[in-house]
Design a protein around this ligand. Structure first.
Ligand SMILES: Cc1ncc(COP(=O)(O)O)c(C=O)c1O
Length: 631
């Protein structure tokens, strides 16, 4: 090492091992630099404050920090020359090459014709077989084994005792978990765990600066006048919970829904379901039927009341309550002297459930319907608006819904009397006396005037939002129409008019050459695009697993093969182009040269991928007949 002086940067745990290595090799170390020099020294080597240190030409460095991205940052800031350190108990072939700034710990073995880049860590007992090419800033952890001919990209971290089989190519800034066995090539930035190694996410937060803005599944979309209504509320000091905007929003919704509906604005859709069940007479011990394929808020209020949920499978056309399984469950309940009290039916992702068929079954047995229309404001069936079909209806204005009040919901009743009773419960069940008197349990479920003010502005753009969501659905129908194995969730016929709150697809991996929901989800995530598996059915949820379920595996099959895609009314042509680019890449479609511009212009052309036709319905029909499980 001539007349140069050796320095380390970073007095970390990893630094201790390097100090020990250098001492065992009888190499000298002048000092360790650190941003936090209070400790004074490490094994007799002085620790110096990096802020006051003067760099000189004869200094050589090793950055003794285990984290690859921090090590790289410091190397770039040092503007110095570096030295490498190889423990005298490591076995390194003379036919291998190790870059400056790298360290090879005791017990490591590096076989013939291996190239190791600069600033790498080949940790204790790691084995790198012949002909591997390891780029800069890589860390191979203790006892990891890399077989012959493997290539590893910059910044990648191979975890403790991980193994990589021969000939594999691992991209840059990949994280391979401890004990992971890598048997396939791994793309850049992936986080891989398990045996065989599975990509669970991408290292986008730490290592990659994503310049692309996030595309959300469904984000709030203001129309413009919301602030005007909120300002009015401030100007008139109507900040207190109730006020004119609450009545205004209720009137707007009643006009919109028609059917002489009565609307009570509440703090959430969940509150509306809770009060709806109370109004329909549900008490502790009652059985309440609920569509299994839904968000948990449809079912949780059943438990609030101490009642028993009975979950029902989906049918394959609207993915909602299966009328056959519904009747099966009612008959079974009646046979056991436990006729269900209420049926909760949901318009999943804004596609109306089989309204006529479900109503026939409900009326046959005299059971009221609580219509969970949280996702379906703006949808209709045979010209009638969703929210008005149940004995009681429920709307949600949660932040992700088609319109939002930041948080809120509404109950829809067929009579003024029922609405008044709902609002009575929602305002602490206060009796009509000058003092506070309560004869029934009350709730604090009313919507605030400020939230309602936002809602008034949102009502002005509801129709526009519905058409923009439908446009997103049409975009996906077009995007996937030539890709075998993808089915875009769509209304079964012209009677059903969906708001397509969320667009969703079903993937049949048999026909997509093995491409699954998770592959597409991860590819979107890598591009900072949010997508999400369909709602996990309630009967598969740990909290509801012990309750009865009637049906087969339709909801389960949907969950396992379905993905919700970005659907917001505020998505732009550029966003759609980014989404299309991911789909083209995942399905290996070669569009015309200028893919994104072509898509925006609507004149794209894609090559068909050959594969079998998707036939999820026939798959579902083959499943075993009704499985009835009971608590
Ligand atoms: C089907 C369904 N039911 C109920 C709710 C609950 O609505 P909220 O979030 O307003 O309580 C939601 C959404 O959040 C929903 O998607």
């Amino acid at each position: 090492m001539g007349n140069s002086k050796n320095f380390l940067y970073g007095a970390s745990g990893h630094c201790k091992v390097i100090v020990d290595l250098l001492k065992s090799n009888d190499d000298s170390i002048e000092a360790i630099l650190d941003d936090n020099p209070q400790r004074g020294s490490l094994y007799g080597i002085p620790i110096i404050n990096s802020a006051v240190f003067n760099q000189e030409a004869n200094q050589k460095w090793i950055v003794s920090i285990g984290d690859n991205s921090i090590r790289k940052k410091i190397v770039k800031s040092l503007n110095s020359s570096f030295f490498k350190a190889i423990h005298n108990k490591a076995v390194v072939s003379n036919y291998s090459n190790i870059g400056e700034g790298s360290v090879v710990m005791a017990g490591a073995i590096i076989n013939q014709d291996v190239t190791i880049g600069t600033h790498c860590i080949i940790n204790t007992g790691a084995v790198i077989e012949h002909d591997c090419k390891i780029d800069d800033f890589v860390h191979i952890s203790p006892n990891a084994a890399v077989a012959g001919g493997v290539e590893i990209g910059e910044g990648t971290h191979i975890g403790i005792a991980a193994a990589v089989i021969q000939g594999i190519k691992i991209g840059k800034w990949v994280t391979v978990g401890a004990g992971t066995i890598i048997i396939n090539d791994i793309p850049d930035y992936a986080v891989v765990v398990g045996n065989p190694g599975r990509i669970i996410k991408y290292n986008i937060e730490n290592n990659v600066k994503i310049n692309k803005s996030k595309i959300w599944l469904s984000s709030p979309h203001m129309g413009g006048n919301e602030q005007k209504y909120v300002k009015e509320a401030f100007d008139n000091n109507w900040i207190a919970p109730l006020g004119p905007s609450v009545n205004g929003l209720e009137n707007d919704l009643e006009d919109y829904l028609g059917e002489e509906s009565n609307v009570g604005a509440l703090s959430s859709g969940t509150a509306a379901i809770h009060l709806g069940l109370i109004l329909l007479g549900v008490e502790a011990g009652d059985a309440v039927i609920c569509q299994s394929m839904t968000f948990s808020a449809s079912a949780n209020p059943i438990l609030y009341l101490g009642a028993t949920p009975v979950f029902i499978d989906s049918e394959i056309e609207t993915w909602n309550l299966c009328p056959l399984a519904l009747e099966e469950s009612i008959l079974d309940g009646i046979a056991k002297n436990k006729k269900p009290k209420v049926i909760i039916a949901v318009h999943l992702y804004g596609v109306p459930y089989k309204i006529d068929e479900v109503r026939v079954v409900a009326d046959k047995y005299g059971i009221p319907i609580l219509e969970d229309s949280a996702e379906a404001l703006g949808s209709s069936y045979k010209g009638q608006k969703c929210g008005t079909f149940g004995d009681i209806g429920v709307l949600s204005f949660n932040g992700n819904k088609i319109i939002t009040t930041s948080g809120g919901g509404a109950i829809v009743t067929s009579s003024k009397k029922l609405k008044d009773k709902a609002l009575f419960f929602a305002t602490q069940s206060r009796d009509d006396t000058p003092h506070y008197q309560h004869s029934e349990v009350g709730y604090n479920y009313r919507m605030s005037n400020i939230c309602a003010a936002i809602g008034r502005g949102q009502m002005e753009v509801l129709d526009a939002h519905v058409s923009l969501r439908i446009k997103m659905h049409d975009f996906y129908a077009d995007l996937f129409k030539d890709i075998e194995g993808i089915d875009v969730f769509s209304s079964p016929n012209a009677d059903y008019s969906a708001n397509y709150w969320l667009s969703a697809i079903l993937i049949s991996p048999d026909a997509t050459h093995g491409i699954k929901v998770e592959d597409l989800r991860l590819a979107f995530e890598k591009e900072n695009i949010e997508s999400r598996p369909l709602w996990k059915p309630m009967h598969m949820q740990p909290i509801f697993a012990d309750y009865p379920f009637y049906g087969r595996k339709v909801a389960q099959t949907l969950f396992e093969n379905g993905l919700c895609l970005p659907s917001g009314s505020n998505l732009t042509n550029k966003d759609r182009a980014r989404i299309a680019a991911v789909v083209y890449q995942v399905f290996n479609i070669k569009p015309d040269s200028k893919l994104t511009e072509n898509y925006v212009a609507g004149n794209h052309k894609i090559e068909r991928i050959k594969g079998e036709n998707l036939d999820v319905s026939s798959k579902i029909e083959e499943l075993p007949t009704f499985k009835i499980s009971e608590k």
